[in-house]
Ligand binder design. Structure first.
Ligand code: LER
Ligand code: MN
Length: 268
């Protein structure tokens, strides 16, 4: 099992970006704890010195399996489904601007909350139409680089658009791009899926990335999820990607990250 953990390259409000703050210190910590990779949450690639980032990641022998993009929504309010066409366009351009970053690391580009939510006064069918068009444009931009895009079903308290794996699979059909799949997150699945293992099985080879947090969004082992069963279901699909920790820094990032790795390794 290849393990990674989320690290934000900029200050961010998002609570479950486990590591934030000084990049080099955090990369050293993550590598020192035994993680194989680091998932980078990047608000805007223009704010990052990419050569420096690549050098530091390589210095610590870490792989970057995925790039998180949700801060464009969390910090700036960009989304694929905003009623304002300029904001929708800016969101599409922002996701496309992650392509050169992802290409450096051969990383999956994550579409989380940048999809937005159905805003007051907008019909659901209209929001879905905007979403599909944006996802087609971004998947097309990623394809020539051999890159993949993964949309994350997110629980109902954060968005009204795509809460479950089944809705995600339906969306995949409508987008019709072979490099578009899903990111499943155990925290969201615990809220939305009738049975986590069944949803993993149904998503199968369209699982492009995988987030782990326990039921309380603390480190795996701190809540009531059965990670032995969840990981068994995940690997039974043939999933060969990373299992990526995205949980709150409780009691602190390093302790949570250490407990997570111990718990997850003991379950496979
Ligand atoms: C991001 O990966 C995520 O899981 C969401 O909860 C972001 O708000
Ligand atoms: Mn997640």
């Amino acid at each position: 099992m290849k393990l990674s953990i989320v690290l934000s390259t900029q200050p961010a409000k998002f609570q479950a970006a486990t590591f934030k703050g000084d990049l080099e210190t955090n990369l050293a910590r993550i590598a020192g704890l035994g993680y194989d990779g680091v998932e980078l949450a990047i608000r805007d690639p223009r704010l990052v010195d990419l050569d420096d980032l690549e050098r530091l990641v390589q210095k610590h022998s870490l792989i970057v399996p995925a790039i998180g993009t949700g801060q464009a929504w969390g910090e700036e309010g960009l989304s694929f489904t905003d009623p304002d066409p300029a904001i929708r366009l800016a969101a599409i351009e922002r996701i496309k601007s992650h392509v050169p970053v992802a290409a450096r690391f051969k990383a999956v580009i994550i579409v989380g909350l940048v999809r937005g939510t159905v805003k007051p006064g907008v019909e659901s069918a209209q929001a879905m139409d905007w979403l599909i068009k944006a996802l087609r444009a971004c998947s097309e931009a990623a394809r020539p680089h051999g890159l993949r895009l993964a949309l994350e079903p997110i629980n109902r308290y954060e968005t009204t658009l795509i809460n479950t794996a089944a809705q995600g699979l339906e969306l995949i059909e409508r987008v019709g791009a072979d490099n578009f799949g899903l990111l499943l997150d155990t925290f969201h699945m615990n809220i939305e899926e009738p049975k986590i293992e069944d949803s993993i099985k149904q998503t199968g080879e369209r699982i492009f990335h995988f987030h782990v947090a326990d039921s309380n969004r603390w480190y795996p082992g701190a809540g009531h999820l059965d990670f032995k069963s969840v990981l068994k279901a995940l690997f039974a699909t043939g999933y060969a990607g990373f299992v990526s920790g995205e949980f709150m820094p409780v009691p602190d990032a390093a302790t949570g990250a250490q407990k997570a790795i111990e718990h997850l390794r003991s379950k496979t």
